[in-house]
Ligand binder design. Structure first.
Ligand code: MTE
Ligand code: CO
Length: 417
């Protein structure tokens, strides 16, 4: 058996390698991967022109977006989920970042792109893509979370996998022009009682009203993500980034910004993306995504694949109010908590990776994580959230998630009271 207790790992590189190799050889006989020459070391590999644009190696073929067929009527107005159980670090590759379209993803050429800025402005203007490229740019990493993320879980533990319960989120590095730059450019009336109404070029238009204060603060008119052009499904060539606020406001294929003196109260901000409370009234203007976290591994799609001993618990935390300052992890359903290690101090309104490096004795666990942000807001339990909001809600569910892990290391979505 390979002995990988923490004590051995701490002894230094050379010793560990020797120790692992001897351990394996002793247990299973000679290891041909060590004793025999392998084809990949004898023959040359693919030439540099084989993949001008790289795809993940076939062995990573399972790290893909997935959907839940019964969740929406068709794939035009639909959602798929980021495989967060299989990713590490914080940046989401565009190729497996969740998509949410109300009327399908459209292919819009840069040459055909136009952005109109009108309403309460001195100079109503239309910008081409190439005009936008001539304004000073900024680069920022932000998470985008659909307000419906974890929505199915209000009714009880439903979907068996972090990808499905928490995968309506992605975290990318955006390059773009601050929205305030364009508002100043057209001489907008930026009085704080005003709003901007933003809409996309797709058939749904996905129109949303944004208070002027937020429009001036940190919204970005983005045209690059993770270094390259936006993928079509994320709004190529231009999308709006609304840091920390619900994903629905991140209008894709952005075509118009109207400065107005009141909110439009469009479909997406009245009958949708609001939460109906116990007494039948609805919460209004619930834009900010409160602090939330989830353990991505182990989790139902990412069971423990080794025996007892060293175990890396890994997860993600985020807050629409700013930085994550602490994440606690419990292995007993919230009775006892240990402070997890943040991979680095959290970025504002971006995903933070946390780890808990522990010794697993092979016993059952009820794994939970609890995020705390710079406003000292503490991620609530499911029952605390239900007390506040009742059981009619779908959107804005940021409660603590529980995974039951059995003695074989398999995990399951459960609810603890
Ligand atoms: N913008 C347009 N134009 N059309 C849409 O359907 N969907 C919204 C938002 N912006 C949408 C849109 C919703 S509900 C979410 S959660 C995010 O885009 C999802 O962004 P993504 O598809 O890049 O993940
Ligand atoms: Co959404």
């Amino acid at each position: 058996m390979i002995n990988t207790t923490r004590r051995n790992l701490l002894r230094g590189g050379a010793l560990i390698t020797a120790g692992l190799a001897t351990g394996r050889a002793m247990a299973n006989g000679p290891d041909p991967l060590i004793t025999e020459p392998q084809d990949w070391a004898i023959y040359t590999g693919d030439g540099v022109d084989a993949t001008p644009y790289g795809m993940p190696i076939e062995y990573e073929g399972g790290v893909i977006r997935r959907n839940v067929p019964w969740l929406t009527a068709d794939t035009i107005s639909s959602i798929n989920f980021t495989p967060i159980h299989a990713l590490d670090g914080t940046i989401t590759p565009q190729g497996c970042a969740f998509e949410r379209h109300h009327s399908g993803a459209i292919a819009l050429r840069k040459e055909d792109y136009r952005l109109m800025v009108n309403g309460l402005v001195e100079t109503p203007s239309v910008f081409s893509y190439f005009d936008l490229e001539r304004f000073p740019r900024e680069t920022h990493v932000y998470f985008c979370e659909c307000a419906a993320n974890t929505g199915m879980e209000w009714a009880g533990a439903q979907l068996n996998g972090a990808q499905f319960t928490h995968g309506m989120i992605h975290n990318m590095e955006y390059v773009g022009v601050p929205l305030r730059t364009l508002l100043f450019e057209v001489g907008a009336d930026i009085s704080l009682k005003n709003w901007v109404y933003v809409e996309g070029a797709d058939a749904s238009s996905n129109g949303r009203s944004i208070p002027m204060e937020k429009a001036l603060q940190d919204c970005l008119i983005a045209f690059k993500a993770n270094g390259e052009g936006l993928r079509m499904e994320h709004g190529y060539p231009v999308r709006l980034v609304v840091p920390g606020w619900e994903g629905n406001m991140w209008v894709k294929w952005l075509r118009r910004i109207e400065v107005i003196d009141r909110a439009v109260e469009s479909r997406e901000e009245t009958s949708k993306y609001t939460d109906v409370l116990e007494d039948g009234t609805a919460r209004k203007w619930t834009w900010v995504m409160d602090a939330k976290s989830v353990i991505t591994s182990p989790s139902p799609q990412s069971p423990i694949s080794h025996g007892t001993g060293s175990l890396v618990i890994s997860g993600l935390a985020w807050s629409g109010h700013g930085k994550i300052t602490r994440v606690d992890v419990s292995t007993d359903g919230g009775k006892n908590w240990t402070i997890a290690r943040l991979d680095k101090q959290g970025d504002r309104k971006a995903l933070t990776r946390f780890y808990l490096d522990m010794e697993w004795d092979g016993g059952e666990m009820l794994l939970q994580s609890r995020a705390i942000d710079e406003t000292n807001y503490v991620q609530p339990t499911k029952s605390q959230l239900r007390q506040l909001r009742g059981e009619n809600s779908i959107y804005h569910n940021n409660c603590i998630q529980t995974w039951y892990v059995n003695e074989q290391g398999q995990a399951e979505n459960v609810e603890v009271s």
